[in-house]
Each structure stands twice: as C-alpha cells, then as structure tokens.
Design a protein around this ligand. Structure first.
Ligand SMILES: [Zn+2]
Length: 96
C-alpha cells in the first residue's frame, strides 16, 4: 500500500493526552450524552479539532461515542448526497 499517512485527517493528540483523558473522566464520570453509562472515552465536543483543553473535552461512554462518530460520518456523507427521499414511482398526472 502507498504512504497514505496524510496527517490532515488524523487527529494529533498532545503528549499529555493520557493525563488529560483521566482528568476528563474524573470530571465527567458519567457519559454526558446518555447520562446513564460510565464514561470511558474523552471525546472532543467539536469533532475534528485540535482543541485539547479540558473545556473542549467531554466524557462519553463507548456506545454513545460510536453513535456520535457514525453520525458525524453520516452527516458528512449526507452533505454530498441526500438519501432517504423516496419519490413515488409514478409521475403526477396533473403535472404540466
Ligand atoms: Zn453514553
């Protein structure tokens, strides 16, 4: 495979990320999204940013994080194509 390490997409984590993550999980012991499950992931409030301040991070659980990631991916795809809009197969008879 080619050297496709284009770092644009890859989020750079700071050297103290582990420590930051611990702080986030300590501050948000419960997932901020569902408020039910235990936080296991320090998530960026705004996706695709290099903002690693504590205020820019939130504790989330794994299922919510996966959903959020999937939604962000879906939103990006939806911007390109618009799925889910089904038109009836027959054309309107009164249409001129
Ligand atoms: Zn959750």
């Amino acid at each position: 495979m080619a050297h496709n390490w284009s770092s644009a997409r890859k989020r750079r984590l700071p050297p103290n990320w582990r420590q930051l993550r611990q702080q986030v999980l300590r501050r948000d012991p419960t997932c901020v999204l569902c408020r039910v499950r235990q936080s296991t992931i320090a998530d960026h409030v705004r996706a695709m940013t290099d903002d690693h301040r504590l205020e820019a991070l939130q504790g989330v659980c794994d299922p919510c994080h996966r959903q959020k990631t999937a939604r962000e991916g879906a939103a990006a795809r939806a911007a390109a194509v618009q799925p889910g809009r089904r038109r009836p197969p027959e054309s309107h008879p009164g249409l001129l």
